[in-house]
Design a protein around this ligand. Structure first.
Ligand SMILES: [Zn+2]
Length: 414
């Protein structure tokens, strides 16, 4: 089936936004001036389209996820040496460090902020929000999410052989936990000394710590695929909705800051605004400009931190894909951690649309090769059209759902 492309969603339009974000602004580290410039570009573009009700939410964040993974893995790595040196008290402290470090890393794997978040969140970032009302009565609200910031080159997320990431990271977490538990039983049963096997439990995280430290020396990437593609699509959809508004679905475009510092912008948004769970639907776009396209059916970077999209959203995504075979979208399990994790944690109905390469991995993920030159305009265009089609599908739900009245979200310019 061929159909005309909705005004606003043309490939050239998408690529214009891509060029500004990738080449005029360039890498956009969390909390940086460039991330701010991206937010300003979004605001300017939306205003040119005639949107006036653009809100900005400021929040505090760290500028790298190194601020979480390095202290947490360092604590775990120090656990065994302290246990070996310090007698019974040393073992108790060592146990606490191993268990605390492993727990913090596991929580990070679900994008939950660490207990020391307030200490490390010392810089300012922003979310940009615009609500686009339908022509008729509002029955539900759909959030489209695209993050403004970009990551460094990182050789640990993913490693050169991505298929090893889940087994290795899971083993590292479980071994550190085992090490911590073994020290605790030593304390309880007054066992002395540290056994050779106990030393080994901290080994994978020691290697992890070195990799985390090395990655902090790497340059920030252009982030064409991750995630200028999402920002470009959100802006194009803003334009398309001007020409063809939805009937009963309010579309909220949520441009988040500091996703790459572990989803700080999304977490801040949910904590501050707490939109209703029942009448909101969330679509996150990640790296949709290269390779093939999917809606993600399973997420997570370890076996113990997997998370899943909302079944109702999966059904809608599958229906949409079936109706538009020309867009070539399919359901797929992915090695990915993104803002759907926060949404799941808070009980929201969410799904992620992502790209994948020939091996089934995120294309050019956290590598310098994630640049505009490696964007495939046709993939980007298909992602925009699929997102648009999914919006139409949601708008056509009619009375199938039991909508709740939408509470007014507080206005924030904090
Ligand atoms: Zn991303």
């Amino acid at each position: 089936m061929t159909e005309k492309i909705q005004e606003g969603l043309q490939t050239e339009n998408l690529m214009t936004h891509m060029r500004v974000l990738c080449k005029e602004i360039g890498p956009r580290p969390p909390t940086s001036a460039q991330e701010r410039q991206a937010a300003e570009y979004v605001e300017k573009t939306l205003k040119t389209l005639g949107y006036q009700n653009i809100r900005e939410q400021h929040f505090k964040s760290q500028n790298s996820f190194g601020w979480v993974v390095i202290p947490a893995s360092l604590a775990a790595v120090l656990g065994m040496p302290i246990a070996a040196l310090g007698g019974r008290l040393g073992k108790a402290i060592g146990s606490l460090l191993l268990l605390g470090g492993a727990h913090t890393l596991k929580e990070l794997g679900r994008a939950r902020p660490p207990f020391f978040q307030r200490l490390i969140a010392r810089r300012t970032s922003q979310n940009l929000i615009v609500e686009i009302p339908p022509t008729g009565k509002i029955e539900r609200q759909v959030f489209l999410i695209g993050h403004l910031d970009t990551q460094r080159q990182r050789f640990i997320t993913p490693p050169p052989r991505p298929e090893l990431m889940k087994p290795i990271s899971t083993a590292a977490l479980l071994l550190a936990t085992l090490g911590g538990i073994s020290l605790l039983t030593d304390v309880l049963f007054k066992r002395k000394g540290v056994a050779r096997w106990q030393w080994l439990t901290g080994l994978p995280l020691s290697a992890g710590l070195l990799s985390f430290l090395f990655d902090e020396t790497q340059p920030h990437i252009e982030g064409a695929n991750d995630n200028a593609t999402a920002v470009a699509i959100l802006l194009s959809i803003a334009e398309a909705l001007k020409a063809a508004p939805l009937k009963h679905t309010q579309v909220t475009l949520l441009f988040t800051g500091c996703e790459e510092a572990v989803c700080v912008g999304m977490e801040s948004y949910l904590q501050h605004f707490a939109p209703p769970q029942d009448s909101t639907y969330w679509i996150d776009l990640e790296m949709v400009g290269t390779g093939n396209l999917c809606y993600v059916t399973q997420h997570g970077l370890t076996y113990v931190t997997e998370y899943y999209p909302d079944p109702e959203m999966v059904k809608l995504a599958a229906q949409t894909a079936l109706k538009h075979p020309e867009l070539g979208v399919t359901g797929k399990d992915m090695l990915i951690l993104e803002e759907v994790s926060n949404l799941c944690n808070h009980g929201y109905k969410a799904i992620c649309i992502a790209g994948y390469d020939k091996g089934g991995w995120l294309p050019n993920w956290h590598r310098l090769s994630d640049n505009l030159e490696n964007i495939e305009p046709d993939t980007l265009s298909r992602a925009a059209r699929y997102t648009w089609a999914l919006l139409q599908e949601l708008d056509n739900l009619g009375g199938q759902l039991t909508p709740q009245p939408l509470g007014g979200t507080p206005d924030s310019r904090s």
